[in-house]
Design a protein around this ligand. Structure first.
Ligand code: 1GP
Length: 245
C-alpha cells in the first residue's frame, strides 16, 4: 500500500492547499492520507486541515501525531504510536497516557504502532530524543521491531526521517525475515526505483511526504502515479525470502 503524508503546518500549506494535495494523491492511487509532523503545535489548524481534506477525499485520513497537539476528532483513525528508541520516556509512554482520555472521548479508532527511527533521523529524531538506530546495524533495528511485535504492537514504522536519506534496504529485509506484523517504511522515497527496492525488501506500506508536497500541484500528480503504479505492480514482484534465523 501507499500512504501520503501531509504536514498541517501553516508555514508550508493551509487547509485548502493540503486538501488539493490530498485529492491529487488519491487520484494517483494512494491508499490513505497521513496527517502529522514533528513540529505541529496548533490543534485548531490540524482540525481545519483534516476537515478540508475529508471534504475532498474518500480514502482514510489517519493522524500520524508528532505530539498531543496533533489529535483531532475529525480523522478516521490515529496511529497510537510509541517511539521505542527514544531516550525520553515522554515519547515512549508519557504523551500516550496524556492523550488516552481524549482519544477515547473522541471515539477515534487507534492503531497501536511502534515507531523506530534509524540514522539520520532528521527532525523526528532530534525532537524525539531518539537513540538513532545505526545504519550499519540492521539486526538492532530488527530486534526492536521483534520486541514491538512481542509487546503486542499491531504495526511497526521504520523511519529514517522526513526529507532524509532512505532507510538502508537491509534493515527492511532483516525485519521482513522475522516479523509477522506489517512494516510501514518512510523517509526519502522519491522515485519508482526507491519504491521498488522497498517493496522487494518486504515493506508492506510505503509513506511519502516531501515528494508529494513538492510535486503533485506542479504536475497534477502524474509523477506520483508512476511511483504508486510501481508499488502496486505485483506482476513484477521480485520479493525474496530473507532469513536471518
Ligand atoms: C516522514 O517517513 C515520512 O515521517 C515521509 O518522509 O517526507 O521524506 O517522504 P519523506
Amino acid at each position: 500500500m501507499h500512504f501520503s503524508l501531509i504536514d498541517p503546518d501553516p508555514l508550508r500549506q493551509g487547509p485548502n492547499k493540503a486538501a488539493k494535495i490530498a485529492k491529487y494523491a488519491e487520484d494517483a492511487g494512494t491508499d490513505g492520507i497521513l496527517i502529522g509532523g514533528s513540529t505541529v503545535f496548533d490543534q485548531n489548524f490540524v482540525d481545519k486541515t483534516i476537515q478540508a481534506i475529508k471534504s475532498k477525499v474518500e480514502v482514510p485520513v489517519i493522524i500520524f501525531p508528532g505530539g498531543i497537539s496533533n489529535i483531532s476528532q475529525y480523522a478516521d483513525a490515529i496511529f497510537f504510536m510509541s517511539l521505542l528508541n527514544s531516550c525520553d520516556p515522554y515519547f515512549i509512554i508519557g504523551q500516550q497516557a496524556l492523550a488516552s482520555y481524549t482519544i477515547k472521548s473522541y471515539n477515534l479508532e487507534y492503531i497501536s504502532m511502534a515507531y523506530l527511527i534509524i540514522e539520520p533521523g532528521a527532525t523526528a529524531g532530534w525532537i524525539g530524543n531518539a537513540n538513532l538506530l545505526p545504519r550499519n546495524k540492521p539486526k538492532l533495528t530488527a530486534a526492536y521491531a521483534l520486541a514491538a511485535e512481542m509487546l503486542g504492537f499491531k504495526i511497526v514504522y521504520l523511519e529514517a526521517g522526513s526529507g532524509s536519506e532512505k532507510i538502508p534496504i537491509d534493515h527492511i529485509k532483516t525485519c521482513s525475515s522475522i516479523l509477522n506484523i506489517p512494516k510501514i517504511t518512510g523517509g526519502g522515497v522519491e522515485n519508482k526505483d526507491d519504491a521498488r527496492d522497498f517493496v522487494d525488501a518486504g515493506a508492506d506500506i510505503i509513506v511519502m511526504g516531501t515528494f508529494i508536497e513538492n510535486n503533485v500541484l506542479k504536475d497534477n500528480g502524474n509523477s506520483l502515479k508512476v511511483i504508486i503504479d510501481e508499488i502496486k505492480n505485483t506482476g513484477n514482484n521480485n520479493k525474496k525470502n530473507y532469513s536471518i534465523i
